[in-house]
Design a protein around this ligand. Sequence first.
Ligand SMILES: O=C(O)CCC(=O)C(=O)O
Length: 327
Amino acid sequence: MYKIQELYYPGKYAFSLHFYGRLLIYIRQRFAARAFARRGIYNPRIRPNSGYSVAGMNRFESRRTRELKMSDQNSLKSKKEQGQELHETGFVVVKGLVPKERRDAMREIARQQLAEAAAPMEFEADLKYPGAPDSKDAPGGHTVRRLLDAYVRHSLFAEFATSPEVRGWMELYFGETPYLSRAHHNCTMTKHPAYGSLTGWHRDVRYWAFERDDLVSAWLALGNETVDNGALWFVPTSHKLSFMSDRFDEAKFFRSDLPENAALIHTAVSPALEPGDVVFFHCNTLHSAGKNLTDQVKFSLVFTYRGASNAPLPGTRSASKPEVPLV
Ligand SMILES: O=C(O)CCC(=O)C(=O)O
């Protein structure tokens, strides 16, 4: 029996173990990709992009990329099947969860709040991810990344966050009363054509502190989301994997320079979302997003949920705001 560390550190059998380890990961992921394709969820013509890294994430046009096309089959799936997909894959797209009238109204509110620069906000320059301005004084320094505390920004946002559709989903997933965390996500994400950054590979749970790493986020597309305007990418089944801490950098981004990480990133997929679609994803699912190469700002509404038995750890940021039980 070998320990996982032996795969990645020099030693007597390090090279062969490293090779076979990577081969196994590759085979497992290829089987998973085929299984998805058979189920009609993914476009099998589009192959993994081996060069997909933080540095190269946005050179999509010049590379062979794959973009998920959700088939009609997915919208016919029962909620139970979709819940199973979330458990197995780490994310699932639910088509048209929010009707046109409501999502259009929410988009208009988000536009207005952005135009008014309504606080509280997070700026691209605060995070300085690739593509962001260096400081608030630099050109584009006031480009907004997140309109924070969406739950209190407008009643329509709160209504969505606690809607019967979302509650039913979360009850199904957690098997107990879901709670909306107001400390994490709880925002309108805005991705701007200029100065909007790309987000490297990460697990959302990196800065969160709950009894268990078991939370689910609901990402509502208020417009179309594609690779061109910086849609999310996910590594299927990555929520089930455990990694040594050295697979991540100091900021807890998954290191795309490591061959064993690149092999996983190679299997990433990007679901194309239409307005009103919601992607539910687990807090341990590796994901990332590119820059917005179009001329329109992309708006998405994001909320995070936990089960009643999975409380935030006292004294942490996760426990810093009152939560909302969905009852
Ligand atoms: O839209 C993006 O750039 C990615 C957002 C994201 O992954 C996050 O906020 O955790």
